[in-house]
Design a protein around this ligand. Sequence first.
Ligand SMILES: [Zn+2]
Length: 73
Amino acid sequence: MTIARAARHFWLPVTNENERGGVRHAFRGPRWDGRPADSAVCGEQVALARPSELDWIHFPSCGDCYEILKSEQ
Ligand SMILES: [Zn+2]
C-alpha cells in the first residue's frame, strides 16, 4: 500500500495567499480532480486552483515535497 501511494502523485503550482508568486507542490493522487484544497506531500494545507501556464514556468518546485518523494523511491 505504501508503494502504491508513493507511485501516484502529481505536481501543481500553488499561488501564495499573501504575496506574489508561488510554489509547485506535489500531491497524492493520479491528477488534480478540481478539489478546492488539499494537503501537499510536504504537509502544507493549500488552496488549489487551475494554474496558468506562467505559473508552471515561474513557480519553483517545493524542495520538501521533492525530498520526501525522492526518499520514498
Ligand atoms: Zn511542498
